[in-house]
Design a binder for this molecule. Sequence first.
Ligand code: ADP
Ligand code: MG
Length: 688
Amino acid sequence: MTILILEWSNPLNKSCAIHFSCVSQLFIFCSVMLHLSQDVEALRGELCRKDEECREQERRLAALEQQVQERTGVIVQLQQQLEEAAQRRQELQLLRDGEETLSRQAALPLQVKYVTKTVEVESAQSKQALIEAQAHNQALQEQLSVQRQLLRELEQQLHESQRSSSQLRQQILVYEGEMERAQGQLEAEMQSLEEEKNRVIEEAFIRAESEMKAVHENLAGVRMNLLTLQPALRTLTCDYNCLKRQVQDFPYMLEKAITEAKQEICQVIGEVSSANQELLRKYKREMNLRKKCHNELVRLKGNIRVLCRVRPVCAGETDAADTKNKVTFDPDDDAVLYLSNKGKLMTFELDKVFPTQATQEEVFQEVQSLVTSCIDGFNVCIFAYGQTGSGKTYTMEGVPEDPGINQRALRLLFSAVSEKKPDWDYKITVSMVEIYNETLRNLLGDNPNEKLDIKMCPDGSGQLYVPGLTEFTVESVEDINKVFDLGHMNRATACTNLNEHSSRSHALLIVTVAGFNSSTGHRTSGKLNLVDLAGSERITKSGAEGSRLREAQCINKSLSALGDVINALRSKHSHVPFRNSRLTYLLQDSLSGDSKTLMMVQVSPLESNVSESVCSLKFAQRVRSVEIGPSSSSRRQAESSSTSSSPTHDGVEVQRHKHTHPQRLGLFRRKNQSNLRDVGYSLLSNMK
Ligand code: ADP
Ligand code: MG
């Protein structure tokens, strides 16, 4: 351990020595001494200031003394002048005395004591002498007055000098008094400063001593601490050495850890990518399953569904009260419709009946699952069937403020494909075609009179296509409206009476939805055919002739062909007569295979239309009752198997449910619904 000895002498000339056994004690002592030396320094500064003040006073004193000396010089000069003036006075006095003597002598009468010689008194010589004496006298007189004047001035100066010298003396006395007083003050201040200095030094010394004592005490504590800290220091050193070794090993360990981490990450990435592959595989499987389920659900509902919509009585038509009794609905079963015909109540059962108050939205909700299935690549046909004026165009096209299935379907497709983004990229294209008298017209082409042909694809796929058919890609409602406007315009330009013409021709809106999944590479293509059929009313063949007869034959042919095709498809006949009409030939792709068909049979509520309504409903009934496969609908057919003929448009047959009790039908239907539900659940559990 180091012992430090510090010696110094304080201002009281006391010799001091302190022994320090550790550096920290020395630090504390030094800080105390620093404190003291700062005090002494301050006192020294004060002393210097006082010395400076003393010197200033001395300087002032010297200046005063110099002034006194100067004043003394002036007094000496003045005294010299005074002496000179006195001398002059004496001289003047002498002159005065001479003058007086002269004047006295002049006043005395001339006495001749002795005449030694005879003089001529009034001789010229004496006269001359007298004149000269008088002139001399005159000059002396003048000199005397000048001297007197000078004397007076000198006396005045003397008085002033005496006065100023007495003033100066007084001032000197005042200065001397001030000086004495200042000196006295200075001495007293110096004395008090000296005393204060000594006192401060004394106090500082006492304080230093007491602090030293405290420092000594601290030192003892520190020593104790040091003793306890030494083992801790040893362990710290130990730890430090250990850490040092670890730090030396760190780069190697780090490298090792990085390599291990890399390996782990690679392994995890591999696992994740294989999991991703698995997920992708599952996703594809689920997508297929979903598609199958959807398809199955639609199939269970029947690949060919027949709905009926009864339009309301429009303003200006026959009495509403009368017409209401012709068409009635079952409040418990929305699949049943009653028609009063010639006093008999006919009952028709379809997949769903829309009453007069049904909105466009309600109708669309029933068909929207079919519409979306074309996103999954299915072909769909929706037909509006019925006599002219039954509401086919209203259901399909609607009115601008309340659009029908056509526009709603496209809107739904837009929103459905946008939901599938970004995985799927879809392109929606539309074409508009009219079939009139078995000829095809391109409604979106530049020339609306141009006739189109249906051809087989040369690639051997068996697919049909229409060369020259115009297609527009649509992405928004605005696009749809533009396309519809163009179609309507072209349809109108080719005929004289659009209303009549449109009721004698079929209008087709063909929507193609082509999708591509960039992550799986899947491609889909589905077609949605929205068909506003020509009026189904019968024309008395005998009455019609010429073009009217041809129109009637063509319409009859195509609607019958449609019934035959549907019949053949549902009966799974090996031959389906698609080629029997342009309509079925064009829609061949969309009617066969996995395709889905919906027939919307439009019925007018008017009494005058009852017989046509009966025909339409019978046609619908037949389309619906031709059933194949194990679906619930087939059971329904088995129960009422008396009819199996084709739903030929013209071949109207007696309605087989004519006497069926409505409630019984309702029960039957509910049973089918529960079957549907069961199948749906089983599909769902399969998916899980
Ligand atoms: P079609 O196309 O079968 O000849 P329309 O669709 O032209 O018949 O309908 C004939 C008339 O009945 C039109 O004035 C139409 O607006 C009206 N109409 C048809 N269905 C409805 C309905 N559901 N609600 C209101 N009016 C309808
Ligand atoms: Mg119409």
